[in-house]
Design a protein around this ligand. Structure first.
Ligand SMILES: Cc1cc2nc3c(=O)[nH]c(=O)nc-3n(C[C@H](O)[C@H](O)[C@H](O)COP(=O)(O)OP(=O)(O)OC[C@H]3O[C@@H](n4cnc5c(N)ncnc54)[C@H](O)[C@@H]3O)c2cc1C
Length: 657
């Protein structure tokens, strides 16, 4: 690539990572209509939406968000300082002409059948993300062009004049006046236990799959008719479950009573599944709430969150645990508000006082205290009362044997599904919505424009997010029905909570014992650890971040606890990468899971003024400020990014290499 003919003021901005974050930053950059001339370089081996959303994965791998709940465009009244360019949600895009011309017939066919509450395949989301990227690039102003590289960046070097060079794995070198690191979750390295299990598998010809995305796992060597032990019953397990059943030719159908049944193909293994709690995640209610959710938490203000965070920053040990419970109770109170607002709507006689009086009492009541019991006493029917989620997230206790566990699981899953699909429990939907909104607000305060995020606060946020995931309704209801059907049919066997994995060197098998079935030992030649590892700089297989830290361009900070991976240190407010001396770089920004600020863990929901857009806006402003490239006046609204046919193609300026 030759740059000699460019004018001296021609600027180069390199974005490493073309997942949702990289695309979101490109959107904010182009919305600002940068002045002068420049080249936007986008580097990612997976240019079609990023690694998680890439097109070459099974359509059986679904999103765990409803398609109407996903957007890559800021709300019309978003609190961004740059111009707001609105655009379609994933659902709106899927039902527009744009999805029909995305070039993938299977995606177009899937898109045609989606409803707002559908869980689309990840590859469909990737097609949406790709459209968003090219829509943004097609609006680059005159003088600017974009170049896309389906490569990995593996080194950054600095010139004597301070400018940067980004080295790609094919030997090309990109000049960079500004560099954005949007590399997402760099799945951390194996633990000593996982390495030992892998070594055992290598020595004996057994099969061990370490934690990772299901799309990246090679499940082909797990024989049909054999047994595979599985640790983890969360989203990664449900992916593996889909690939080892429907992915092997089995099929689900409803019998005449409406119960989901599984017809095996004979090629699936028996999955013996266990996890820390022994339970899958709860299904998301199918029935929508009738009430409209408020934009912000009702009781938990930004100041209250900031105060809690301040106290966390100086807390330790037992005190910090108390603060987590305090924060969790505050989240529970928001959920209770959502639950009762809905209850008063669908069942106006549920309480012996009116809504205004009830919510007035609620404001002063503290979950777990006598004031809370007094509040609940207004609700006559016990089943109508909101059950505060337990912050300790207990798992299954010991049981007498596998039969008791199987029956208990069967009843529990059936109850969950019945409740998730029962219109009388739209209160669950409202409570879940409040949970998501509150955790998003807390995350926004902690990671975005809030005070400096200490490792302690980061640990609390992580704990809160995990609690929200296990307590809230986190997975498509159909997946839980499928799990129940597979257990009924005999393809899945539940093993309970607190798994302990070992090996038998006599039998050359993995072994599994659990706290729920203490007298049983399961054995198999194959073991899958089904979860996504926490991001860790060490997990960056490109070595880019490790080299940057060696060269002093960046520094890594350890995670808050041993299970939290190391992150690239950044300024919490500007996302500037901190160098070895702790100085904020004027040229490099990093935001997302691999950085100490800006991790959100999920895509953005419309109508929530999501932190994602504010963060990306700050990054875009920073990139253009530093290069004095600001164009359009701030805070103006341009027309919506149209979803019509024809905008999907890259603009003349964008070229894929
Ligand atoms: C299996 C799975 C399913 C998920 N499902 C959902 C869901 O349904 N709904 C939801 O809201 N969230 C979901 N999430 C969370 C989701 O990952 C995030 O919301 C989102 O993808 C984060 O975007 P990102 O761009 O920060 O990171 P990523 O999506 O991980 O993108 C980072 C990109 O950087 C690239 N990269 C990394 N290193 C380099 C390098 N050296 N050179 C070039 N490129 C590099 C990677 O290839 C990748 O494409 C899921 C996550 C996982 C793991």
């Amino acid at each position: 690539m030759t740059y000699g003919s460019e004018l001296p003021e021609h600027r180069h901005i390199v974005v490493v990572g073309a997942g949702p974050r990289g695309i979101g930053i490109v959107e904010r950059l182009t919305a600002r209509r940068p002045r002068r001339s420049g080249t936007l370089h986008l580097v990612d081996p997976h240019l079609e939406g990023g690694r998680i959303w890439r097109p070459d994965q099974s359509p059986l791998l679904w999103m765990n968000s409803r398609c109407a709940d996903i957007t890559m465009f800021p709300d019309r009244d978003a609190t961004c300082t740059g111009p707001v360019v609105t655009g379609p949600t994933l659902y709106e895009w899927a039902t527009s002409a744009a999805s029909r011309s995305c070039g993938d017939a299977a995606v177009a066919a899937e898109a045609a059948g989606l409803a707002p509450g559908s869980y689309a395949s990840r590859r469909l989301c990737g097609a949406y993300l790709t459209w968003c990227l090219h829509t943004a690039l097609s609006t680059l102003p005159a003088g600017w062009n974009a170049r896309l590289y389906a490569r990995r960046a593996d080194r950054v070097s600095q010139q004597p004049d301070g400018t940067l060079r980004v080295h790609l794995d094919d030997g090309r070198i990109l000049p960079a006046d500004r560099l954005v690191l949007a590399m997402g979750n760099l799945e951390g390295p194996l633990t000593p236990e996982q390495r030992a299990l892998g070594q055992f598998a290598a020595d004996t010809g057994a099969g061990y799959l370490a934690p990772g995305c299901a799309a990246d796992l090679d499940l082909g060597h797990i024989p049909g008719g054999g047994t595979v032990l599985v640790r983890g019953m969360g989203l990664a397990f449900l992916d593996v479950m889909a690939l080892l059943t429907e992915g092997r030719g089995g099929s689900f159908h409803r019998d005449t009573t409406g119960v989901l049944r599984y017809a095996p193909s004979g090629s699936e293994p028996l999955m013996v599944v266990s996890s820390r709690r022994g339970l899958p995640l709860r299904p998301r209610p199918v029935v929508a709430a009738r009430t409209v959710a408020p934009d912000e938490p009702v009781f938990l203000t930004g100041d209250a969150i900031a105060d809690l965070v301040d106290r966390m920053t100086v807390s330790a040990g037992e005190h910090r645990r108390t603060l987590v419970v305090e924060l969790w109770n505050a989240v529970g109170k928001e959920m209770a508000w959502g639950h009762y607002r809905e209850l008063f709507t669908i069942c106006p006689d549920a309480a012996d006082i009116g809504w205004e009086a009830f919510v007035g009492e609620m404001a002063d009541a503290a979950p777990g205290a006598a004031s809370w019991s007094a509040l609940e006493a207004h609700i006559g029917v016990t089943e109508h009362r909101f059950v505060l989620p337990d912050p300790h997230s207990p798992g299954l206790g010991p049981m007498t044997g596998a039969d008791e566990l199987a029956q208990w699981m069967s009843r529990t899953l059936a109850r969950w599904v019945a409740r998730a699909t029962d219109p009388r429990h739209s209160t669950d939907s409202a409570a879940h919505r409040a949970l998501v909104r509150t955790v998003e607000t807390i995350a926004g305060v902690l990671t975005g424009n809030g005070p400096t995020m200490s490792p302690a606060a980061r640990g609390v946020l992580d704990r809160l997010t995990r609690l929200a995931r296990t307590t809230g309704a986190a997975v498509p209801c159909l997946r839980i029905e499928q799990l129940a059907a597979l257990a009924r049919e005999g393809t899945v066997r539940f093993a309970g909570a607190r798994p302990e994995v070992g090996v038998s060197r006599q039998a050359n098998t993995f072994t599994l014992r659990t706290g729920t079935l203490p007298t049983e030992t399961f054995a198999a030649r194959h073991l899958i650890d089904a979860w996504i590892p926490d991001s860790d700089v060490v997990g960056d297989r490109s070595g880019l971040l490790a080299r940057m830290t060696c060269d002093g361009l960046a520094r890594a900070i350890p995670g808050a606890t041993p299970v939290h991976g190391a992150k690239i240190a950044t300024c919490p407010d500007t996302y500037q990468v901190l160098d070895a001396q702790g100085r904020g770089s004027t040229r490099i920004v990093a935001v997302g899971d691999h950085a100490s600020a800006g991790a959100l863990g999920a895509l953005s929901r419309p109508g929530t003024d999501a932190a994602f857009f504010r963060q990306n806006d700050i990054v875009a402003s920073r990139l253009l400020d530093a290069a004095a490239l600001h164009g359009a006046p701030p805070a103006t609204t341009r027309s919506s990014a149209p979803a019509e046919e024809g905008r999907f193609a890259p603009s003349r300026g964008a070229s894929a290499r």
